[in-house]
Design a protein. Structure first.
Ligand SMILES: C[S@@+](CC[C@H](N)C(=O)[O-])C[C@H]1O[C@@H](n2cnc3c(N)ncnc32)[C@H](O)[C@@H]1O
Ligand code: SF4
Length: 458
């Protein structure tokens, strides 16, 4: 392959851990399905087993807490102190600050030297706060004030998250300004609540406080004006009452995603529950589950898992080796779909060069080759198999892959050909058992029913 190949080490996109899974609040918009959540607290010895993952994820990638309330773990400050200095800038946690926190705890948070702490701030109105969070006599405001002071003294960065709701929308312009003066957050994200799936009662309550698209449009300007062009104030108005209701009517499952929706990044997330069990990516993508209690060498386990996950992802693109022999076909073909019939056909290589480009070739962990680019050949000729195919030629054998199609409006515009807007491809190849990458060639291919015709891309 006559192209520059970049070598990279695969990392987990993020590691989301909870060290406590109860919550001392019941926010009306909360995406947690409380009827199905068992509270558990993670022991420090179990948390220790997550630490090798720090080296396997990047900036902002290590969530010490994510979905629940970490301050409810009596060992939480100890847990924070266990994070090695070198990895602290990847870590953060999110808290509601509802529980009465001692001066020692607040001081420990402010000195934890993490990248930042997220704090949820919905309103400065105490009555409304109680209603929105389902709490009474919360210590939120005193904790917030104290932690803000200590964080400024000790250099801890604070980020705020604020939900945009019917009952607080008119207050938000003042809340943005007041929190900027009093807390000086490095980032303030204001978001319309995401859809979630829970009991009807929980979803009914949330729906009551969601804004319609029209209402959001009307209030948008006031929020933007309050942000005053500060790029660290993020206003996400993408979710409205209508979309929530629509997903609810469809019984949309937030846990199921199509692994092909995000080429090149499927499965590279780790989720660890506070009881020590965990899984990768979304449950639908891989069935591999683990329990930290059972892992004697968690570092090696998570390194090996990265290879297994990449191998799984590559298998989604793999169709099989092309052969003309009728027997023993596709002995290692994993996808038994109709398209495989095409692979019994002989391959004819054309000398023509329909426009194409291999834009990027990245080799992860010396084994998994990610190729992306665009090609017009299969789009223009593929009226027989309906199956878009790319071939790798390794000396005298051909191996077929089903690429993920990506949008390339830039190509369509540059070549003034609207049919090329879907000409992009993304492909992951497990190169184990193949020759060196320089010796491989890449082709776009189509079947005319009797043979496979192919044109070289790279
Ligand atoms: C689930 S909470 C867990 C951490 C902690 N208990 C808290 O509330 O700060 C994490 C963040 O998600 C936000 N959140 C909760 N439900 C949400 C929803 N439906 N859509 C978007 N964000 C939500 C919370 O406001 C909070 O900032
Ligand atoms: S504090 Fe956080 S976890 Fe608890 S109910 Fe509110 S949003 Fe959910």
């Amino acid at each position: 392959m006559n192209t520059v190949v970049r070598n990279e080490k695969k990392q987990y996109e993020f590691v989301s851990i909870d060290t406590a899974s109860p919550c001392n609040a019941r926010c009306i918009f909360c995406f947690n399905d409380w009827a199905n959540i068992k509270g558990a607290l993670m022991e420090p010895e179990v948390f220790e087993k997550t630490l090798p993952l720090l080296d396997m994820t990047g900036y902002d990638g290590f969530y010490v807490s994510c979905l629940f309330e970490p301050t409810l773990n009596p060992n939480f400050t100890k847990i924070l102190s266990m994070i090695p200095e070198a990895g602290k800038n990847k870590a953060f946690f999110t808290t509601n600050l509802v529980k009465k926190l001692s001066e020692d705890e607040l001081l420990a948070f402010s000195k934890a030297n993490l990248d930042h702490i997220n704090i949820s701030l919905e309103t400065y109105d105490r009555t409304l706060y109680d209603r929105l969070t389902g709490t009474k006599g919360s210590h939120f405001y005193e904790n917030l004030e104290r932690l803000s002071v200590l964080s400024k003294e000790n250099g801890m960065k604070i980020r705020l998250i604020t939900m945009i709701l019917k009952s607080n929308i008119d207050e938000l312009p003042t809340l943005i300004k007041r929190s900027r003066e009093e807390i000086s957050p490095v980032r303030h994200e204001l978001r319309t609540p995401y859809y979630f799936k829970a009991s009807d009662a929980q979803m009914d309550v949330a729906e009551n406080d969601l804004l319609t698209r029209k209402e959001l449009d009307e209030k948008k300007e006031a929020l933007i004006a309050a942000a005053g062009g500060d790029e660290n104030i993020i206003i996400d108005l993408s979710n409205d009452l209508e979309s929530f209701k629509k997903k609810r009517a469809e019984d949309f499952d937030t846990h199921v995603t199509n692994s092909c929706e995000r080429p090149g990044s499927a499965n590279y997330r780790v989720r660890i529950e506070s009881d020590g069990t965990g899984h990768f990516g979304h449950r639908a993508e891989t069935k591999e589950l683990f329990d930290l209690h059972d892992l004697n060498d968690p570092g090696q386990y998570f390194i090996d898992a990265l290879i297994r996950l990449q191998s799984l992802e590559a298998s989604n693109y793999f169709l099989g080796e092309i052969t003309e022999k009728k027997k023993g076909l596709f002995s290692f073909g994993k996808k038994k779909d109709e398209a495989l019939k095409d692979l019994t056909l002989p391959v004819t290589l054309l000398e023509t060069r329909t426009p194409s480009s291999l834009d990027e070739a990245v080799l992860f962990d010396g084994r998994f080759l990610h190729l992306s680019g665009w090609e017009a050949f299969s789009l223009r000729n593929n009226n027989v198999s309906g199956q878009r195919m790319l071939l790798i030629k390794d000396h005298d054998r051909f191996i077929a892959f089903k690429p993920f199609t990506t949008e390339r409006p830039d190509v369509a515009a540059a070549l003034s050909d609207d049919s090329l807007k879907d000409s992009g491809f993304y492909l992951v190849i497990d190169t184990e058992g193949l020759s060196a990458i320089e010796e491989l060639s890449l082709y776009s291919a189509v079947s005319d029913g009797e043979k496979i015709i192919a044109e070289q891309i790279a």
